[in-house]
Design a protein around this ligand. Structure first.
Ligand SMILES: Cc1cc2nc3c(=O)[nH]c(=O)nc-3n(C[C@H](O)[C@H](O)[C@H](O)COP(=O)(O)OP(=O)(O)OC[C@H]3O[C@@H](n4cnc5c(N)ncnc54)[C@H](O)[C@@H]3O)c2cc1C
Length: 422
């Protein structure tokens, strides 16, 4: 029987583990925490079937100037953090030119296009339907030109991919969401995405499915990964040392750190995000993205979750709650969100690759080591799909989509000399 150790039990690692187990592999899933407690816990919980094009970096000088002077809330930065982010950001900017972005989008659309189908299979088998709504989410606009631009972009997406949306007047939005005191100039309702009341709970439900299929979940530190004498890979877990023929690195934003030890340098655009739950106020029916203020307000099990946009913070830098405070202030003008549930907000990092595509494939210089990370803004959406793709590659099956755009080798130029001991 073929065997694998999956490092990281977020949406990406758990999904990989299920797909391999369904192919008869012996699979151990390792994490230092319970499954789904990090990035896959803290997101906005939207399975974004409409996000067929990855988010490029703006090339519009006006938008960049607004970010530079702190006039936007969807993207913020700290000056002290810039030296650390500059290299990956320049690469992101380069990949965001229209022709390159169009190439990335062609690949992205293929995997996003499978996302609902793959979640459907998992959610059915894990009986997680109570965590999911299948009614889409809404975007509220506060200025007519912004709404018109969004509608034009949505029409282009519909023509290219057949996605469904509905344009809403301010009155229609208010009727759909009676709790709103202000419905701006109206909005767009994306009709097909799924929304999840407890993103970490969904990952846990999928992890339970993995165990029911005969998989093992263990606690341990992924940094203990090493090549074993028998040509495979081993890790130290709370249950002792474990070995397998293959190992998969699915550590989300922590993946490049571990790979440094093996001589690989993967540039990552680390976009920090915050969330906090509020309870005791009014409740929205569906998640709402307030486009002008760059946050999502989503009805979740623990309360109304306000999730922020991207912050470029220094590594390990203390939380800066400005972005979340601005989001909360804007949300309070829309409706009574109530009181904060947690004493402190949650903080996490979107693991974005500069070319906006995840890394999926075998490590260039290490037999049996597989890489599966860098899902950026959409890892919660994409985990089950790219989990299938990597399982097919590992199992020597015909892949569901062309894996070439995701190959780890595309970052070879950043690769340092390989540790000869490994
Ligand atoms: C604010 C915010 C909002 C978002 N909203 C959405 C959304 O609405 N829809 C969407 O699709 N995506 C969204 N995303 C993106 C999505 O959450 C991520 O892309 C996805 O969760 C990444 O999953 P992952 O499994 O790769 O990483 P993670 O979920 O972070 O999993 C990595 C795992 O590795 C483990 N780990 C790390 N280091 C070690 C170690 N040394 N030893 C053992 N274990 C270790 C961690 O404990 C963790 O469980 C959002 C992200 C953020 C931050």
């Amino acid at each position: 029987m073929k065997s694998a150790i999956i490092l990281g039990a977020g949406m990406v690692g758990v999904a990989t583990a299920i797909h391999l187990r369904q192919r008869g592999w012996s699979v151990v899933l390792l994490d230092r925490r319970e499954p789904g407690r990090e990035t896959s816990y803290g997101n906005a919980g939207i399975i974004q079937s409409e996000a067929l094009r990855p988010y490029p970096m703006s090339h519009a000088w006006r938008e960049l100037a607004n970010i530079a002077i702190g006039r936007t809330n969807d993207v913020r930065y700290r000056i002290a953090a810039l030296p650390w982010h500059l290299g990956p950001l320049l690469s992101y900017w380069w990949h965001s030119f229209p022709a390159r972005h169009a190439r990335a989008s062609a690949a992205y659309a293929q995997i996003i296009g499978c996302a609902i189908r793959e979640h459907e299979a998992f959610s059915r088998q894990s009986e997680a339907d109570n965590l999911i709504r299948r009614d889409g989410f809404r975007i509220l606009y506060r200025a007519q030109p912004a709404l018109e631009a969004a509608v034009a972009a949505a029409v282009t997406l519909r023509e290219a991919y057949g996605v469904k949306f509905r344009v809403m007047t301010s009155a229609a939005l208010k009727q759909a969401e009676p709790a709103l005191a202000d419905a701006g100039v109206g909005g767009v309702h994306w009709l097909e995405p799924w929304t999840v009341f407890d993103p970490g709970g969904l990952v846990l439900a999928y992890a339970n499915l993995f165990m029911r299929l005969g998989g093992h979940i263990v606690r341990g530190d992924a940094q203990s990964l090493s090549a074993s004498g028998s040509g495979g890979w081993s890790v130290i877990t709370e249950d002792g040392r474990m070995e397998a023929e293959t190992a998969v690195i699915a550590l989300g934003p922590w993946s490049p750190n571990l790979l440094n030890r093996f001589g690989y340098r993967f540039p990552m655009v680390r976009k920090r995000g915050y969330h906090r739950h509020f309870a005791g106020g009014s409740r929205l029916d569906l998640p709402l993205y307030d486009a002008a203020n760059g946050y999502v307000l989503a009805p979740m099990t623990r309360g109304a979750r306000i999730t922020t946009g991207a912050e470029f913070a220094p590594p390990g830098g203390k939380p800066d709650l400005t972005q979340l405070a601005c989001a909360e202030q804007a949300a309070r003008k829309l409706l009574d969100v109530g009181r904060p549930v947690e004493p402190k907000p949650w903080i996490g990092t979107r693991p974005c690759m500069p070319d906006m595509l995840p890394v999926i494939g075998g490590a260039p210089h290490h037999r049996g080591l597989w890489l599966h990370f860098g899902h950026g803004h959409h890892g919660f959406t994409l985990g089950p799909t790219t989990g299938r793709l990597i399982a097919e590659l590992m199992n020597n099956e015909a892949p569901m989509v062309d894996p070439f755009p995701y190959r780890p080798e595309r970052y070879q130029r950043q690769t340092l000399s390989v540790n000869p001991e490994l």
